[in-house]
Structures are given as structure tokens and as C-alpha cells.
Design a binder for this molecule. Structure first.
Ligand SMILES: NC(=O)c1ccc[n+]([C@@H]2O[C@H](COP(=O)([O-])OP(=O)(O)OC[C@H]3O[C@@H](n4cnc5c(N)ncnc54)[C@H](OP(=O)(O)O)[C@@H]3O)[C@@H](O)[C@H]2O)c1
Length: 259
């Protein structure tokens, strides 16, 4: 299926590794020119080169923390008029809410709620004027079924989800859609870090912890980031213009509800 986006331009945030990288690669495979961002230059440049070699599209890099104004300015300077915006950032740390002070909450809200909102603000009117735009926010399965020790994530991402629910109904008339992609467990560095903490708490090896977690998922496995990237590319396709304001869960069936 030709997704009808070859030659378009995308900003993919937090994309030197993991789910962001998979989204950038999947878009590049469709012929989209991508700007990828991350804080560590070396890893980001290596990822950019990998995507260039694999796809032949133009890949530009913007080094910076996407949770800051400077980081977002760098991304917008590298790609001032994106047709596609994939919002992503690292997830907040786990913990007990009794230990979190105001600055912990501010950090989570800056990264996982305000950064996407400010990037949408900077790009959406151009998309509306050009009559094409696709915005995908990487959030979490925790938006649908909260994870008790990830209160910072549950809270900040719910704020973004509520905002997007309203705005996405105002932009779709102009062929600009905004949707959220909700990852369940995908095999990335972030997942491995989480598993290391859980393994310690459960007094077993990381491999044993990971095997146990895989077994509890209805699919019997973790997600492959490429599966996440493919869904992101579809949400950014020409064909997905009638889909907006949705929360698309990719979790191997872990969420137990009928709807
Ligand atoms: N993997 C899962 O199973 C899973 C499940 C639910 C939710 N999620 C959420 O999905 C998002 C992506 O997760 P992942 O598994 O792909 O993580 P990952 O493998 O740790 O990759 C994170 C990527 O984001 C970049 N990054 C992190 N914070 C950034 C920032 N402030 N500004 C710019 N770039 C930043 C990192 O590069 P630098 O460190 O160099 O900046 C790296 O390229 C996170 O918010 C995570 O909480 C993941």
C-alpha cells in the first residue's frame, strides 16, 4: 500500500532510539524527509546515517532537549514547515507520589504534555494553510489503564490527551489530523531499564524478569518497535485523513476491556 506521503517533511522528536527511531524509519521508508531529534549528538548522528543509508531520503538532525524552548527551536529551525509531526520524549521516572515535589511534576508536564502542545502550536496553522497535516503523539498504554508507580506519566499524558481531544476536532476540516499512539510493552532501552528495576525488586535476573513479563502478555511477547513505526506511518498517511482524536493502543492485547 502506497501511503501517499512520499516527499513530505516530518519532525520526529526523541528519535535516536526506540519508538521514535522506529517512527522515523517507517516514515523514511515511505519517502518522507525526516528531521530527528535527541539530546545526545553521537547516537542521533549514527541513527540519522542509518536511516539515510536504508532509505535514501534527506535526514536532518536537531540536537536538544525537546522539553525546552531551545530544543524545540532547534527542531523547528531544521524543519520550519513540517507536514508531519511525531511528538515524543522520554518517560518520567517511576515512584511514589508522596516523594514527588513540585519540580518532579513540572518536569513531567514539560516533557510529556507541554512540549507536544507547544510544537503543535508552532506547526498546526501552517499545516492548515497547506491543507495537509498529520500529528501523532506517542503517549502510553497508561493513559487507558494507569500504571500505579507511574503517576507522573499517568497524570501528564492524560493532560495532553484531553487537550488533543478538543483540538483534533477543529483541525480535521482542513485535512490536519491529530491522534495518539499508546505503546504497551515494546522492546526498547526504556523497557529494559524498567525491567532492571523490577528484577531487583523481585530478586531475579533481568532475563527471568523479561521472560515472566512476556509470558503475561496475551501475545506471549513484547512488541517490536518496527510494528509501532508502521502504525505511526499509517496514521500519517494520506488515507488516514478521516481519523482524528483517537487513542490507538498497541499492547498485544494486554488491556482487558471489550472497547
Ligand atoms: N517502550 C515501551 O515499552 C513504552 C511503553 C509505554 C510508554 N513508552 C513511552 O514511549 C516513549 C519512548 O519510549 P522508548 O521506549 O522509545 O524510549 P527509549 O528507548 O529510552 O528512547 C528514548 C529516545 O528519546 C530520546 N529522548 C529522551 N528524552 C528526550 C528529550 N527530553 N528530548 C529529546 N530527546 C529525548 C532519547 O535520546 P537522548 O537520551 O539522547 O535524548 C532516545 O532517542 C517514552 O515516553 C516512554 O515512556 C514506552
Amino acid at each position: 500500500m502506497d501511503l501517499g506521503i512520499a516527499g513530505r517533511r516530518a519532525i520526529v522528536c526523541a528519535a535516536s532510539k526506540g519508538l521514535g527511531k522506529a517512527c522515523a524509519l517507517a516514515l523514511a521508508q515511505e519517502g518522507v524527509h525526516v528531521t530527528v531529534t535527541a539530546r545526545s549528538r553521537d547516537v542521533l548522528e549514527a541513527t540519522a546515517e542509518e536511516i539515510r543509508k536504508a532509505t535514501g531520503v534527506t535526514v536532518t538532525t536537531a540536537v536538544g532537549d525537546i522539553a525546552t524552548e531551545e530544543g524545540r527551536a532547534a527542531a523547528l529551525a531544521a524543519c520550519p514547515e513540517p507536514d508531519i509531526l511525531v511528538n515524543n520524549a522520554g518517560g518520567p521516572p517511576p515512584g511514589d507520589f508522596r516523594e514527588w515535589e513540585r519540580e518532579h511534576w513540572i518536569r513531567a508536564v514539560e516533557a510529556n504534555m507541554l512540549a507536544p502542545i507547544f510544537l503543535i502550536k508552532a506547526t498546526v496553522d501552517g499545516m492548515i494553510a497547506r491543507k495537509f497535516g498529520r500529528i501523532v503523539n506517542v503517549t502510553s498504554g497508561a493513559v487507558k489503564a494507569p500504571i500505579s508507580n507511574l503517576g507522573l506519566s499517568n497524570g501528564a499524558r492524560a493532560g495532553l490527551t484531553g487537550f488533543v481531544a478538543g483540538l483534533s476536532r477543529q483541525t480535521v476540516r482542513h485535512n490536519v489530523t491529530i491522534n495518539n499512539l499508546l505503546p504497551g510493552p515494546f522492546e526498547t532501552d526504556r523497557l529494559r531499564t524498567t525491567m532492571e528495576g523490577a528484577a531487583k525488586a523481585n530478586n531475579r535476573s533481568v532475563d527471568d524478569e523479561m521472560a515472566a513479563r512476556r509470558a503475561t502478555n496475551p501475545s506471549g511477547r513484547f512488541g517490536d518497535p518496527a510494528e509501532f513505526g508502521a502504525m505511526c506511518a499509517f496514521l500519517c498517511s494520506a488515507q488516514a485523513g478521516f481519523m482524528t482524536g483517537q487513542n490507538v493502543l498497541l499492547d498485544g492485547g494486554a488491556y482487558p476491556g471489550t472497547l
